[in-house]
Structure formats: structure tokens, C-alpha cells
Design a binder for this molecule. Structure first.
Ligand code: ADP
Ligand code: ASP
Ligand code: MG
Length: 441
């Protein structure tokens, strides 16, 4: 039995939490390969070490040297090593790291040092080998090189009973350090699990598993016992950031189950995420709710659009030319709309696209709805139950919110509604109450 365990920023925040991590590892000999994040927040209002490293990179960019943020970084690591009474020369390591950040100059390199130092400390504490992620996680042409990384992980860990791998970063074809997007240590954990052919990927964080919705919006939502990979994909892509949305691919292909566990309540069962084929949905209609703000909807109406072959191709080509990806494309007989992350449409891009669509398809109507939040209601149980969409829409209506858009995925796994950004939290609470409240299920 081999388990790969990834510990997030809150688990690595200080000496006390790292002491908990050590006890968790000692409790199960199957927990052999450990992936760590940089120290996160110790209390609300605290700053993550990764954010301090980004600030340090900015200081180097502006003045050639790191500034006050590096002092804060040093203080965090020094107190952490002192709390653990570890015999490593952290002062020398921090000096070396400072020089390397100033010499490299890139934000990716600076940010990667959070995980690098955490990894060195964890390896020293457990007295096991440290694997620098640049030797095993590879990028090629800006993209993660999965196959090569799996092989390198396997080779590096062969013959090592235990080891610590730094999360979040790797190396590109020019030998430069590159990071995944934020929260990317989850991906490193999944890659290591895949590389060694683990029986389980344990992801340790500060909540007892995936919750039915964001706990910042609904206090103490119910926990989800089990999820299928597909449900996980929908929920994490749509904003449930417990687990990075891309962490699923490496483990899904190999059918390795993921478990989300709480470092601060290791006795809790957490959430088990398993292959969709072997999945038996729970009794619940809805498994979970997630969402994100700041989308733009472009709505095109043209009579008899359905009869014009290849009509949708024209606006699609325009989006492609501008390198814009869309999240959803709800359509009717004479209507077609695109739901696009607003971040992609700044700097006049939206106006250019609208002008080009007008020119190319001469629509009867071309409307834009700004500041839309999407809410996804996800669950394999939904399609068996009559009236789920009705319940969802009435719950939102009862909260006094106007639904601006509806899209029922063809997979029957999700229903997505769009509401104005300002109504996002209120709508989530109403939907949660409907499906998980006292009478719900
Ligand atoms: P880590 O530092 O361990 O990687 P993250 O902050 O990335 O932890 O993820 C855990 C956090 O995700 C939780 O503390 C919680 O606030 C937040 N979160 C958002 N949506 C959910 C959800 N549906 N279920 C559980 N946690 C959620
Ligand atoms: N430390 C990185 C971040 O803050 C990666 C991670 O925690 O997964 O985004
Ligand atoms: Mg995370």
C-alpha cells in the first residue's frame, strides 16, 4: 500500500502545525511520499509566504534587490525551524535563497522558493531524502509535460521508502523554474501519486473534506462523503478551490482515489473521490454547489439561425482570432450566447468582438450582459429526480433574485444559472437551503 500525502499551506503554517503533520505521517506507514506547500496563513489577516515571495520578486524587479518582504520571509522560516528545534542552518539557506532570487529575477523562481524551503525543512524533520521538484516536474513549450514527469518521479523515488517533494513548481526546457497556477501543489501531489502508482492520494487541508458549498458563504455547510471524478471536476472548475481543478487528470487516468482530509481533525472521515464508473451516487439529489463571479454574456439573436448551416462557426472564429475561450454556449432556435470570463475582455477587446460579430452575422439583436456570476449545481443524483431545475429556480426566485441565464449541461450532471454578481451570495444561500436545509436532500 502506497499513499502520497500533500499538505497545504495551513498545515505548513508554523512549527505546531508541522508537528501535527509529522504525527499524521507516523500514524500510517503507507504514507510514504510527501508533497508540501509553502507556509500559509496562521490566522485570518496573516499573509501567505508565497505572496511575500511574489512581493520580493517585485522588489528585485524595481531595485535589483529584495526588500522588506524578504525580512518577513526570513522571520517566518527562522521561527518555524526554532519551534521544531531542527538542526538545519536556516540562516545559510535563507542567504543562499536570497542571492538566487536576485540572480534569477523571475517571479516564478521567487514564488517557488516557498515550497523549496518547506520541502527542505520537512525532509530534515522526517530525516528522509528531499526531491527538488525541478528535477522531476517538467514543462515544455509552456505546458506541463505529464508523461516525462511521471517517468522522472518514478525513477527518482524508486528504492526510496520515504521522500519529500516540493510542490507547486518544476523546470522548463531552458532550465528555468516555472510554477503551476496558484494552488498548484495539489497538481504536484497528483503527479507524484501517478508517478509512483499510489493506491491513494491524500490531500490534507484545513477543512474535513469537500463541503456542499463554500464555507465563506454558508457557515458550516454539510460535508460530502464521496464524489466522483466528474463531480469533482465540475465543482473545482466552477470555483470550489479546495482542490486545484487540474489536479484530477493525473490520478483519474490511473483510477487512483483522492481523499480530502483535515490536518486539524485527522480522525474525521473527509471526502473520498473515486472513479466515475465505480461510483454509486448517494441518496442526495444535489452533491454540491459552486460558483464564480465576473462573467460576461454575449447574446446573439437572428431569425432562422437554425437553418443556416455553420452559423455558429462565424462568431466562434471571431473568438478564436482574439484567443478567447468561453465557458458555456447556451443556444435556442434563433439565439446563441457565449459566457466568457470577463478577465479576457478588457482593454477594448469586447467592443472589437461585438463589432466583428455585427459585421459577420448581421444579428437582429446583439446584447451584452456584464457582471454575471455563475452558480453550478452538481450531482449524479439530479437526473433521476423529477423537478430539480424547478426547485433550483424557485429557490432563487424566492430570494428575490432574477435568473439571467440557464444552461443545463448535456451530461445531466450539472445545471448552471447566471445571476448578477451582487446577488451571488444570496442565491447560493437560497440554493443551499433548498437542497441541504432542514427539509432538503
Ligand atoms: P490548502 O492551503 O490546504 O491548499 P486551500 O485554501 O487551497 O487549502 O483550500 C481549502 C479551503 O477551501 C478551505 O479552507 C475553504 O475555506 C475553501 N473552500 C471553498 N469552497 C469549499 C468547499 N466547497 N468545500 C471545502 N472548502 C472550500
Ligand atoms: N504556495 C502556492 C500558492 O499559494 C501553491 C499552493 O499552495 O498549492 O498558491
Ligand atoms: Mg490549495
Amino acid at each position: 500500500m502506497i499513499k502520497v500525502c500533500k499538505f497545504g499551506g495551513t498545515s505548513m503554517a508554523d512549527g505546531i502545525t508541522i508537528g501535527r503533520v509529522k504525527r499524521i505521517l507516523e500514524a500510517d506507514p503507507a504514507r510514504r511520499y510527501i508533497v508540501v506547500s509553502a507556509p500559509g496563513k496562521r490566522f485570518s489577516g496573516d499573509i501567505k509566504v508565497t505572496d511575500l515571495f511574489y512581493q520580493a520578486a517585485q522588489e528585485v524587479k524595481e531595485g535589483g534587490h529584495v526588500g522588506p518582504s524578504y525580512e518577513r520571509i526570513e522571520a517566518r522560516y527562522i521561527s518555524l525551524v526554532e519551534e521544531l528545534a531542527l538542526g538545519i542552518d536556516i540562516h545559510a539557506l535563507l542567504e543562499e535563497t536570497k542571492a538566487a532570487i536576485e540572480a534569477d529575477g523571475s517571479a516564478d523562481f521567487a514564488a517557488s522558493r516557498g515550497e523549496y524551503l518547506s520541502g527542505r525543512i520537512m525532509a530534515a524533520l522526517l530525516d528522509v531524502p528531499f526531491i527538488d521538484a525541478k528535477d522531476v516536474i517538467k514543462f515544455q513549450g509552456g505546458l506541463f509535460d505529464a508523461e516525462r514527469s511521471y517517468t522522472l518521479v518514478r525513477e527518482a523515488l524508486r528504492g526510496k521508502f520515504r521522500a519529500v517533494v516540493a510542490g507547486f513548481y518544476g523546470e522548463d526546457e531552458n532550465g528555468r523554474v516555472k510554477t503551476f497556477s496558484r494552488g498548484g501543489s495539489d497538481i504536484t501531489g497528483a503527479v507524484v501519486a501517478r508517478g509512483v502508482g499510489a493506491d491513494e492520494y491524500e490531500n490534507w487541508t484545513d477543512v474535513s473534506g469537500f463541503l456542499a458549498c463554500d464555507p465563506h458563504i454558508v457557515p458550516s455547510p454539510v460535508g460530502i462523503d464521496k464524489l466522483s471524478y466528474k463531480e469533482l471536476r465540475e465543482l473545482s472548475y466552477m470555483g470550489a478551490n479546495v482542490l486545484h481543478a487540474e489536479a484530477i487528470y493525473p490520478v483519474r487516468e490511473a483510477g487512483i482515489p483522492i481523499r480530502i482530509l483535515n490536518t486539524f481533525r485527522p480522525q474525521d472521515k473527509g471526502t473520498r473521490i473515486q472513479p466515475t464508473e465505480r461510483f454509486r451516487p448517494s441518496e442526495r439529489t444535489v452533491t454540491g454547489i459552486a460558483g464564480r463571479k465576473d462573467f460576461t454574456v454575449i447574446f446573439i439573436e437572428k431569425a432562422q439561425m437554425n437553418e443556416m448551416s455553420g452559423f455558429a462557426l462565424r462568431p466562434l472564429e471571431i473568438l478564436k482570432r482574439h484567443n478567447i475561450s468561453f465557458e458555456h454556449m447556451p443556444s435556442g432556435i434563433d439565439t446563441l450566447s457565449f459566457v466568457i470570463d470577463s478577465k479576457q475582455l478588457g482593454g477594448g477587446v469586447l467592443d472589437e468582438i461585438l463589432a466583428e460579430i455585427r459585421e459577420a452575422v448581421h444579428p437582429e439583436k446583439l446584447n451584452v450582459i456584464l457582471d454575471i456570476a455563475l452558480i453550478a449545481v452538481v450531482g449524479h443524483g439530479m437526473y433521476q429526480k423529477v423537478g430539480t431545475a424547478g426547485r433550483l429556480l424557485s429557490a432563487i426566485a424566492r430570494a428575490g433574485v432574477n435568473v439571467r441565464m440557464i444552461d443545463q449541461g448535456s451530461s445531466e450532471l450539472n445545471i448552471i444559472v447566471g445571476v448578477d454578481n451582487e446577488n451571488y451570495e444570496r442565491s447560493i444561500r437560497a440554493v443551499y437551503e433548498e437542497f441541504f436545509g432542514r427539509e432538503g436532500a
